[in-house]
Design a protein around this ligand. Sequence first.
Ligand code: GAR
Length: 195
Amino acid sequence: MRVVCLISGSGSNLQALIDCERHGQLGTATLVGVIANRPDAQGLKRAESAMIPTHVVDHRSYADRLAFDRALIDVIDPLKPDLVVLAGFMRILSDHFVEHYKGRLINIHPSLLPKYKGLDTHQRALASGDKTAGATVHWVTQALDSGEIIRQVEVPILPDDTADSLQARVLAAEHTLYPSVVRDLSLGVISPCDA
Ligand code: GAR
């Protein structure tokens, strides 16, 4: 299963995928390309260290969302992906892009969806007095953070948590969750969906 990963920043989830592939824990999945929308995304260095081809499609170079998404597709399609993995990719994608990769596009979001779509998920969980937080992997559809849920992981919220401490705990859990989903998709343990 050919996997293309889209990132915007640190790329720690990408690193978790790289590490699992290296240790034979990613099923039949192979990372064939990493694309960032920012030239300074740290995750690009992680990909380069793992000898995975990288590309930058800088969103600031395009007039609008559709033009950017068409340029992204022009880079992604030659990589012939079976799965496109959004790993901290912080751009909202156009309907055109989502439709193009329908059924092969997944995202990880740092909350227990359907709670806290969008940004500032950890602050919002704390402000609501929640006892647990977590992360969700879901199929991407045109409505933001609303596609069918594939798998979630839950972590406790501790009494003296800050948004930073909670984020760190959720992120650590993401690093197990995301590779498990990619592996199980590659092995057919999780079925593809119509999105
Ligand atoms: C992760 O927590 C991921 O869930 C979140 O960005 C972080 C990326 O970290 N994604 C979103 O908020 C998407 N809306 P990473 O670059 O270290 O993998």
